[in-house]
Design a protein around this ligand. Sequence first.
Ligand code: FE2
Length: 317
Amino acid sequence: MLQTGKENKLNFPNPGLGLGLRNKHFDFILKNNPAVDWFEIISENFMDSGGRPSHILSQIAERYPLVMHGVSLSVGSTDPINFNYLAKLKKLAASIKPLWVSDHLCWTGVNNLNSHDLLPVPLNEESLKHICERINIIQDYMERPLVFENPSTYLSFVNSTIPEYEFLSLMSKETGCGLLLDVNNVYVSAFNNDFDAVKYIQHLPHKNIVQMHIAGHQHCGDYIIDTHDQKVVAEVWKLFNLAWKLTGGVATLLEWDNHIPDFESYHAELLKAKKYMHELDVISDETQTLSKTEESVSTPVNFLMPQLSNELNELSS
Ligand SMILES: [Fe+2]
């Protein structure tokens, strides 16, 4: 377990370096008890499932610290808060006792329609007030502070008046929520929306950051898609190095949701973070950017909830 000199504002622990818990690795993990510090689960993959997934999750929860990461809270929507969803989320949290529960600064649908995507919100005073009110209600119901992640974005709104780093800062200050800094998302959004990723990270409220994500993406020339399907590029490791120094070190997780490698390769890529925390000169770009002609998927939810994506594809075909 990694120890750091600083404590985040919420006094959440730093369990170290974690991996996303994926179905294809269940058997390997249960059989080998790999030396991973912690696992992050996609909340929705376990909220409605009993049977084998639930049984496996309870075994893993006995052996490893867990964090719950959701994709359906839709905190930015104007729909009423979905208390049926929250009840399931709270029940799952009561059962596996995660270190914390996270979701995204986004909306996923409106008027009872679910886009199954993490959609960007306009960043202004009105949306800040709306989202903070919802976070306060949600946190009261959940009886815990939640943690919110900066999304990958592919557009920005003409009525956005607040930089995203400032919006997250104000949101955290107003509600007491924690922040999940996805360093790859900063890189992707900065490229797609032409802002400075270093300035973004420098201006975040570092003591409110309780977790980081790192991930791979696909560079398509004029734009980048947040695909979570390959190794982390050198530029993202450099931003991770900066964020590590500014936060004093927080729980860090490697996301890999498509073309998932075998467990040991996935773990090996995560462990590179140990050297990139402190050394910049060893960073080299080992990734092979995929051809633009290969399939590129722009919806992270597709990776996180593959069974749902399959259903949607069947519906649309
Ligand atoms: Fe992420």
